[in-house]
Structures are given as structure tokens and as C-alpha cells.
Design a protein around this ligand. Sequence first.
Ligand SMILES: NC(=O)c1ccc[n+]([C@@H]2O[C@H](COP(=O)([O-])OP(=O)(O)OC[C@H]3O[C@@H](n4cnc5c(N)ncnc54)[C@H](OP(=O)(O)O)[C@@H]3O)[C@@H](O)[C@H]2O)c1
Length: 496
Amino acid sequence: MKWDGDELLCKNLFTDPKPELDTILVTGATGYVGGRLVPELLARGYKVRVMARVSSVEIEERWPNVEVIVADALKPEQLSKALENINVAYYLIHSLLLGPKKFEEADIKAAYNFRVAANNAGIKRIIYLGALGEFGTKLSPHLKSRNQVAEVLRDSKIPVTILRAAVIIGSGSASYEILKSLVIKSPVFFLPYWAKTKCQPISIRTLINVLVGVLETEETTGKIYDVGGKEILSYEKMLRIMSKLLNKKKIFVPTFFKNFKIYSYFASLLTPVAAPVIKSLMQSCNNDVLCESVNVLPASMYRPISFKEALLRAMSREELDAVHSRWSDEYPHAHELAIKLHELKKSPHYISVYSIISYKKVDSLFKSLCKIGGKEGWFHSNWMWRLRGMLDSILMGVGTSRGRRSSNVLRMHDVIGFFRVEDIIENKRLLLRAEMKLPGKAWLEFLINDFENNNELTVTAYFEPYDWKGKVYWYNFLPFHHIIFTNLIKQIDKRS
Ligand SMILES: NC(=O)c1ccc[n+]([C@@H]2O[C@H](COP(=O)([O-])OP(=O)(O)OC[C@H]3O[C@@H](n4cnc5c(N)ncnc54)[C@H](OP(=O)(O)O)[C@@H]3O)[C@@H](O)[C@H]2O)c1
């Protein structure tokens, strides 16, 4: 993806690039923060190596000049190659998507393995982005785990610069999307006592400037810095500011009810983020997260902006369809193990194919097809898609409200509602894997066959049931498939 100079977040960063640092390793590059950091480093002339658990065409296409090393921090034997000939490494690994029960153990183990491998490789410096929250206070599992990771990384000869931030506000950030969806969709807010907890949200712009700035400022080596925005706000105040910006009138009702599980469940029905992730984030609302470190960063790299400005910047990025990374980009571990369509030993049990002949050009058909599930929905029978998504959300699935990162452009592994892109071949094929709760494995494939005088546009639904429930499911949905899919491809043709 080409970057417009104006889109770079560090265009006003006043530290000087240090080419002598040679190759910089970015772990967690496929995540939300890493996805914003890598292009900034490249734009400043650094050689960048990214460590990812799965090698993908998407990473190579997204950052053609980046070296990609496949390594899982939970598999120590894979780490030495990623750390070979590296002076400075960013540590942005985070396993929150594993859910509340598993992420703490995985994060500590990953940090320990990384520290040992980094020591063996003789690297000079680690830069870690963790979370605010004071040790000694009763921290949520999420904040506690972020601080434990910092301790594990620091327990070595290698100096670690630790940056600690609270909620990040930027286009595509989970916190921003939760806040925005709640304000758009909920007329009433039942406020628990923890809505009064104090927080210092930071804009993604400020954060990325600091992440790059500390790399270019030797004196920050081995130090801890708390970073935040201009104001200290309660979560209630944030909701009020967002409501005002979106011109939405809301009713705020204080309540004694405080159960995180119930709150996160209802929030997941209204927002794109899954309940376990919201729960982990909400539990942190019990703790004040304010900047209190003794060390202060210089203004050359740290210029906090207001919460309102951060929101406006995020909204304008969305308007311009220039969201370069999103919380949903992280490829959930479970899906790394997901069987791909081409990996099935034999073709799926149930297949239904619908096609039409089109006289439109191949590229325009493909462009139109790549807009499905975006702002315009699924082009036809939207209520049926929404109903299916709602059912999935009620069953604690991902639902359709995850939406998409960009309304026009699709990349490998991008999310489209309850699907994820498994394969994309320009002007030819789009293969989506279903991530909703299903009694089987399902895919949706769009193919464009280029004939001499016309083209054929085909959509194929594949389904491999786990057991008899899957078979019942398939036959129940078959009549709807006919209506949905034939109309969908007709609309793709019409809009191209
Ligand atoms: N986002 C926020 O609002 C926020 C706020 C404050 C602080 N922070 C801190 O910023 C850091 C980055 O957060 P983020 O939001 O960018 O995280 P994220 O979007 O959840 O991404 C996490 C990254 O970690 C990688 N990862 C997970 N397990 C791994 C493993 N075993 N081996 C190698 N890579 C692994 C993932 O790679 P795969 O693609 O392979 O899954 C992904 O690239 C975290 O330390 C977080 O605490 C974030």
C-alpha cells in the first residue's frame, strides 16, 4: 500500500534518524500499534525486520521492503533467527485475543523466551510498550500482566526502554471503536461506579512519535516513561465528549450494578469487539491509569493532544478510508490453526454454486466485489445478514459488527463482518473463511472467469459439517442461500 506523506504520523517528529542502528526488529508488527510503527520507520530510512507468527503475502505486499521472519515467541527455538544481527528490537507482543484465561500465562512465557534469546543474540536495546497502572495497587489481570512483562524483560543485561500508555485513541483502535459504537447505538448509558475511574487516553499519533523518538534518543535507553494525552478524563466524560462530537443526545443513568461479564456481553452486542476482549479491557477500568513517572520525555518527540482532537483525527481517517491498521488485524492464534480450504483432504461435503454472465470489465467487477460487507452492507437482503450476525453475537460469536478496516480495499486476513479473507487474487478470486459459530467449517468463494466476449461471476458456498447438526444447519439455510447469493452477485454486477 502506498503512503501519502501527509498520512505519516511522524512528519513533525524533531529527532534525527539514526541509520547506524542498522536493522530494527519489530515484533507484534501485525498488531494495531506495530502496523502503524513499521511504515514510519521505513519512511525514516530504517531497515526493518518484522517477526510474525505466520508468513503471508499480505505482509510482503503491505511493506515490500521489509524482511519477514516467521517466529512464535512461545517457541524459543524459532527466536534466534529473528534476533540475528539486530541492535534494537521493539517488543509489541500481546496475546489479549486469547481471552481472559489464557493471555497472562502466554504473555509472560513469550517475554521470558524473548529475553533469553535476545541475551544470547547480544542485542543492545529493547523498546517495550506496556500499560499504565501502579504495582502495589490491585491491578486488573490485563494491567498486571503488562507490568509483569516489563519486569520479565528488564530482568537481564539488556537495557529496556519502557513506555506505559493507557487507552489508545486512533482510527482502528479497539477502545475508539468500542466508544464510538456505544455512542452510536445505545440511547441510554447505565453507568457503573467504575465509569468515574480516571484515565489519560493517548492519541496513536503521539504514541508513534514517542516510539520512534525514543529509538532516536540515546538518553532514553533503559528508562521508564508514562505517556498520555493532554487531559485526565473519566470514562463517563469520554462518552459524553464522543456523544457531543457525534451530536447524539444520551441519557446517563448511574447504577450500582457493576458486573464486568454482563457489561462486556451487552457491549459486545453493540460494538465490533468480542466480549472476552472487552471484558479484559473493562476490568482495567477499576484502576486509575495516569501518567506519574518521574522521567519526562522532551517536547521534540512528546506533544500530547486533547482527547477531542484525537477523536477528530480518527474520524477524519475513517472518512478518508485511510485506516492502516485495526485491532482486528491481529490474526487470532486459533485461526492460525484453522484449516484452509485447500488443506482439506477432500472437497467439502456440501457445495452450492451460483453464477451469472456479466458484460462488465473484470477489474470493475472485482472492485465492486471487494466492497461487500462495508458501508453499503451486503448489497441485498441486508436484514438477513444482520439477523445472522445478531444470532452469532448472542451466541458469543464474532457477529457481523466487526465490519471492515477499509470500505474499498481488501488485504489478506482482513475481516469482513464474520468472515476473514483467506485468499485474494486480483481480478480473479476472493475466498472468505467463516469465523462465526457454526456446526462445521464454511467458506465463500467469488470467482471471475474471463471469457472472450463476457465474464462469468460465480459465488460458491462450501460447508463441511462436524456432525448431524451441521447437516441440519445446511439444509435449513439452503433456501436462503439461493436468495442471498444470486441477488448478491447480481448486485455486484450492477454496481461494477
Ligand atoms: N491497543 C491499545 O489500545 C494499547 C493501549 C496501551 C498499551 N498497548 C500496548 O501496546 C502493545 C501492542 O498492542 P497492540 O494493541 O498493537 O496489540 P495487538 O493488536 O493485540 O497485536 C499483538 C501482536 O502480538 C503478536 N503476537 C501475539 N502472540 C505472539 C507470539 N506468541 N509470538 C509472536 N507474536 C505474537 C501478534 O501477532 P500475530 O499476528 O501472529 O497474532 C500481534 O502482532 C501491547 O504491549 C499493549 O499492551 C496497547
